[in-house]
Ligand binder design. Structure first.
Ligand code: GLC
Length: 551
C-alpha cells in the first residue's frame, strides 16, 4: 500500500511538473522587439516614445508580427539604457505616461496583438527611493533590507564575487553588491547558502528577501492589471546569490511562476536566462538560446574570435551550436519554448560590413524563422539595418549602440525617425546614403522586407513550420554547408536547405521517403532536392536557402 502511495505521489509530481501551463496564444506568437528610444519619435525631441510606436502598429502588423516586447520603459536614470530603474511603478516621461501606456496596450489589443514589458527584477538604479532609504544607518526602515550591505570586504571572495562589490561609504555600510554596472545595486533575494562568517548574506526566507519577493509580485500585478500581457525578465538567473547550480533560483521562480499562472492564466513570462533547460524547469514559458558562432566571432565575454558560420567564406562550423541547440530543444520539448532571436539590444546585428547583401540576410532569416520555438525579430533586422561600428557610447550602451541606432523608415530627414535636428537624435543613424529603409523595400517585391513577410506568412500557415513542429537535423553536422533540417507535423512535412557560403554545395541525406519534394519558398529555385531510394540528393547554389514541401 505504502509503495503504491509513494508511486502515486511520484507520478503526480512528475505529471504536474511536466504539464506546465502556457497561455493559449503563445503557440502562434511572433515577437517584435523594440528598443523604445530608437523606434519612432512623436514629439520631435530626438528620442523615441510610446506614441511613436503606436503610430507604427500598422507596419508591425504588416510583417506578420502579433506580439511586441518593449525594452524597459520605466522611470530610469538611463545610465544603462533603462535597465537602471528609479521607479518600477511609473512610465518614464520620455516615453509617455502610465495612462499613455494603457492607451497603447488597448490599441495593440484591438488588433488582436499582445505586448510584453521588460522586468528588471534583479536590481534598481542607485537613484531609486528604495536604495536611497536603504543607505541610511537606521536598519528598520521599509526598504532597509532591499539591498545587500556589508561593513567590510572579506578576503575569501572569488574573483567574480569580488567584482560585484561596490564601495559606497554610506551610513549603512561601506559596500553594497551590484549586478551589472556600479549604478545597479542588486535587490536582496537572499543567498542560497549563507556563509555564517558573512552576516550580510541573508537566507532566502529572511524578512528582507521575502519583502523584495512580494514587491516583485506587486510590480508584476500593477502592470498586468493595466492590461499588459507579460514580461521578459532581465537577468532572471541571477536573483539569488551564491547559487552555482541555480537550485534556489529555480525554486524562487517556481514559486513566482505558479503564483503568476494562477493569477494571470493568460500572462506570459519570458526568461533572459540563456539556458532553457533551467528556466523552463523554473516555470518560464520561453527562454533564449545563445547563437553560438553562427553570426558573430565573439560570444559574451569571449576574447579570441572564432570563424563564423553565416559567412561567404564557408569556413564556419555548427557542431557547438548544434550540440547546445539540440540538447536544449529536446530537454524542453512539450514543456516550454526556446527562441533563437534574429538579434537583440545587446549583440551585434546580423547585418554588418561582411554580411549585408540581401541574399545573405535572406538566407539567415530563412534559418532563424524556420526553427522550432518562438520567433523574435529585433526591430530593423527585417530590412537589414546594419550594425554601425564606433557609434558613440549613449546611456551606458558602449559597443551596443551600433545595434540600437534609430529605425530607418524612409528617405526624409533622420530616415523618418524624428523631426529633431540630426545632431539631436538618440544615436547617429547609418551614414550610408543607400541605407535600407522600409519605404524603399516596401515597394520592391524582391526586398528582404517582403521576403520576411512571406516567410512569416508561410510559417503561420503551416503546423510543421510553426512553434511546435518537430525539428531534426538531416545533414551531417560535420559537413555544415549546407545545413539541411526537417520540420514535420503529421502529414505536413518540410525540408529546409541553408547554404550561407559563396560556393554551390551538394549533399546526400537519408531519404525522406516522399513522393516528391516541391520548392515552395526561398532565395533560388535553382536548388534541387531529388528523392532517391536509400538517399536523397541535394544541391544548393551559393548563398541561398530553399524550403521544400514533401508530398
Ligand atoms: C540584461 C540586458 C542588458 C542590461 C543588463 C543589466 O542583460 O539585456 O541590456 O545591460 O541586463 O540590466
Amino acid at each position: 500500500m505504502r509503495t503504491l502511495f509513494c508511486f502515486l505521489i511520484g507520478w503526480l509530481t512528475t505529471t504536474l511538473v511536466a504539464a506546465q501551463t502556457h497561455p493559449n496564444w503563445i503557440k502562434q506568437a511572433v515577437f517584435y522587439q523594440i528598443y523604445p528610444s530608437s523606434f519612432q519619435d512623436s514629439d520631435g525631441n530626438g528620442i523615441g516614445d510610446l506614441k511613436g510606436i503606436q503610430s507604427r502598429l500598422d507596419y508591425i502588423q504588416s510583417l506578420g508580427i502579433n506580439t511586441i516586447w518593449l525594452n524597459p520603459i520605466f522611470k530610469s536614470a538611463f545610465q544603462d539604457g533603462g535597465y537602471d530603474v528609479i521607479d518600477f511603478y511609473e512610465v518614464d516621461p520620455r516615453f509617455g505616461s502610465n495612462t499613455g501606456l494603457v492607451d497603447f496596450v488597448n490599441q495593440v489589443h484591438k488588433r488582436g496583438m499582445h505586448v510584453v514589458l521588460d522586468l528588471v527584477a534583479g536590481h534598481s538604479s542607485n537613484q531609486s527611493e528604495w536604495f536611497k532609504q536603504s543607505m541610511q544607518a537606521d536598519t528598520n526602515l521599509r526598504y532597509s533590507n532591499y539591498y545587500i550591505w556589508a561593513p567590510h570586504k572579506p578576503t575569501d571572495l572569488t574573483q567574480q564575487e569580488a567584482s560585484r562589490w561596490v564601495e559606497a561609504n554610506a551610513p549603512r555600510g561601506k559596500y553594497y553588491i551590484k549586478n551589472f554596472y556600479d549604478i545597479q545595486p542588486a535587490l536582496n533575494f537572499g543567498y542560497a547558502k549563507p556563509n555564517p562568517n558573512h552576516p550580510w548574506e541573508q537566507p532566502v526566507d529572511a524578512p528582507g528577501p521575502q519583502a523584495v519577493r512580494s514587491e516583485l509580485k506587486n510590480v508584476i500585478t500593477f502592470w498586468m492589471e493595466k492590461g499588459v500581457d507579460g514580461f521578459r525578465v532581465d537577468l532572471a538567473a541571477s536573483l539569488i546569490k551564491n547559487d552555482p547550480d541555480k537550485k534556489a533560483t529555480i525554486a524562487l521562480w517556481n514559486e513566482l511562476n505558479a503564483w503568476f499562472d494562477e493569477k494571470f492564466p493568460n500572462g506570459l513570462l519570458i526568461a533572459e536566462w540563456f539556458n532553457p533547460k533551467q528556466s523552463i524547469a523554473a516555470g518560464f514559458d520561453i527562454d533564449f538560446l545563445k547563437p553560438g558562432h553562427l553570426f558573430s566571432p565573439f560570444e559574451r565575454g569571449q576574447k579570441a574570435p572564432a570563424k563564423v558560420y553565416f559567412d561567404k567564406a564557408g569556413e564556419g562550423a555548427i557542431i557547438n551550436w548544434y550540440t547546445d541547440f539540440r540538447d536544449q530543444y529536446e530537454s524542453t520539448l512539450n514543456k516550454g519554448y526556446i527562441s533563437l532571436p534574429t538579434g537583440n539590444h545587446d549583440s551585434p546585428r546580423i547585418a554588418d560590413s561582411s554580411r549585408h547583401d540581401p541574399d545573405q540576410l535572406k538566407v539567415a532569416m530563412t534559418f532563424l524563422l524556420t526553427l522550432p520555438g518562438i520567433p523574435f525579430v529585433y526591430y530593423g533586422d527585417e530590412i537589414g539595418m546594419n550594425y554601425i561600428p564606433n557609434s558613440p557610447d549613449v546611456e551606458g550602451s558602449h559597443a551596443r549602440s551600433g545595434t540600437r541606432t534609430p529605425m530607418q523608415w524612409d528617405g526624409s530627414q533622420n530616415a523618418g525617425f524624428s523631426a529633431a535636428s540630426t545632431n539631436k537624435i538618440y544615436i547617429p543613424q547609418d551614414p550610408d546614403p543607400n541605407r535600407p529603409t522600409v519605404a524603399k523595400q516596401d515597394k520592391d517585391s524582391n526586398s528582404l522586407l517582403n521576403y520576411v513577410r512571406k516567410l512569416l506568412a508561410l510559417r503561420a500557415s503551416s503546423p510543421a513550420l510553426g512553434s511546435e513542429g518537430e525539428w531534426a537535423l538531416v545533414s551531417d553536422v560535420n559537413k555544415p554547408y549546407p545545413i539541411i533540417y526537417r520540420r514535420f507535423n503529421g502529414a505536413d512535412r518540410y525540408i529546409i536547405l541553408i547554404n550561407p557560403s559563396g560556393n554551390p554545395v551538394k549533399a546526400d541525406v537519408p531519404t525522406m521517403k516522399a513522393k516528391q519534394a516541391r520548392y515552395v519558398f526561398g532565395t533560388s529555385e535553382k536548388s534541387n532536392y531529388t528523392i532517391g531510394k536509400g538517399t536523397d540528393a541535394v544541391t544548393v547554389p551559393a548563398v541561398s536557402a530553399a524550403i521544400y514541401k514533401l508530398d
